[in-house]
Design a protein around this ligand. Structure first.
Ligand code: ATP
Ligand code: MG
Ligand code: MG
Length: 369
């Protein structure tokens, strides 16, 4: 249902904001939530804007749990940033309370709304253009992990259960194979074989978590470049945003997913595999930035497993694309025939490249310990 101006007026009226509401405009290029900039006129003649968001409740079926996670993490971050002598208004998201003293408002249609302080004079980039951008985002995600190192991660809601449980992902993959809803499994034997040959790997991180050899951490789970606000003055990544998918997990999930999407020479859906290569220099840029900041809180075993994090997140993603291809493209939107198969193949190509450069990846990690 489209959001009318009248509706927006009603919503913002529930939040405890100084000044006179002057209107709201769609803002940014997020794909999940409805994001607006809400403008307010202040008594001194200046104006101020806030980020107003309606949570996508088709994606997040339990928005209350999402908000409890966001509240927990942002309040904790605020305190840690103050302790570290930073600016708690620019370096973390800050929720605005409602007039009822809550941090979200549920409208009459069941829409879930929240408001944040607008962090001014920053930019978000959509794509990794160079190693420096990637390095800056690594430092920002490293700082997120550093500041949240002592957060009681187990108290967070697992809003998407088993999200990066690679063992369970294999189970789901096999289910799609067995059902073979489209009959396509018969045409992708090499790709299926690629996954099944690596089934033992999918246990490596999950088992170490179960055995207490890897610590449960706060994970972001959407570590894209455009979820980092870059300070216009310094070029540094100052604030991690988009905390909807914050959950308990492994630091290696966030690290690995960043490498998966960033340390590559081609788009995720490039059909020409000769263009798709794992880029070890981008891997190095990210590893350097991440370890420079998070290195002091990560355990030796976490650091040792960074390459495995990269490989398993990439394998998992490929396996999900392939399962969806076989199931008939019911989860990931496709824009052409075989789109999910192309996507699966790029991921498997990256996994194969990583395996070939396994020793080099470990050497890079050692260099920045
Ligand atoms: P995605 O598609 O990445 O999941 P989303 O729909 O969850 O996006 P957000 O990433 O939370 O939405 O926000 C959309 C955009 O709004 C961001 O990319 C950023 O440009 C901007 N933005 C969000 N919060 C703030 C803030 N507090 N201050 C300034 N800009 C912000
Ligand atoms: Mg986002
Ligand atoms: Mg998001």
């Amino acid at each position: 249902k489209p959001i009318t101006e009248q509706h927006l007026r009603c919503v913002v009226d529930c939040f405890s904001v100084e000044g006179e509401f002057a209107g709201a405009l769609p803002y940014g290029s997020g794909h999940i939530n409805d994001t607006f900039a809400a403008y307010y006129q202040l008594a001194d003649g200046t104006s101020k804007r806030y980020i107003l968001q309606r949570i996508n409740t088709h994606v997040f079926k339990d928005p209350k749990a999402v908000m409890e996670n966001v509240i927990g993490v942002t309040h904790y971050l605020g305190k840690e940033i103050v302790k570290a002598g930073g600016d708690p208004i620019r370096e973390t998201l800050n929720l605005i309370a409602t007039k009822n003293g809550e941090y979200y408002h549920v409208d009459e249609d069941g829409g879930f709304w929240r408001m944040y302080i607008f962090i001014e004079d920053t930019t978000t980039y959509q794509m990794v253009k160079n190693a420096a951008d990637f390095y800056n985002s690594a430092r920002a995600f490293g700082k997120f992990q550093l500041l949240l190192a002592d957060y009681p991660a187990a108290t967070l809601h697992e809003t998407i259960p088993l999200f990066h449980n690679t063992v369970d992902r294999v189970r789901q993959f096999k289910e799609a194979l067995a059902a073979n809803a489209t009959g396509r499994a018969n045409d992708v034997c090499d790709e299926i074989e690629f996954v099944l040959a690596r089934e033992a790997d999918t246990h490596v991180l999950v088992d170490q978590l179960a055995d207490g050899k890897l610590p449960l951490r706060v994970t972001h789970n959407d570590t894209k470049l455009n979820n980092v606000l870059i300070d216009n003055a310094t070029g540094e990544g100052i604030c991690i945003i988009d905390l909807d998918t914050v959950m308990p997990g492994l630091s290696l999930y966030d690290f690995g997913d960043s490498i998966r999407f960033g340390a590559t020479t081609a788009a995720e859906d490039e059909p020409d595999l000769s263009k798709v290569n794992f880029d070890i220099s981008l891997f190095e840029a990210y590893t350097k930035g991440y370890l420079e900041v998070a290195g002091k809180v990560l355990t030796a075993n976490e650091i040792q497993n960074l390459p495995m994090g990269a490989k398993l997140m990439t394998l998992e993603c490929g396996m999900r694309f392939l399962a969806d291809h076989i199931a008939g493209d019911t989860y990931f939107k496709i824009h052409r025939e075989g789109h999910n198969l192309d996507r699966a193949r790029t991921q498997f190509k990256l996994v194969a490249d990583m395996e070939q450069q396994w020793d080099e990846m470990h050497k890079v990690v050692k260099k920045y310990i």
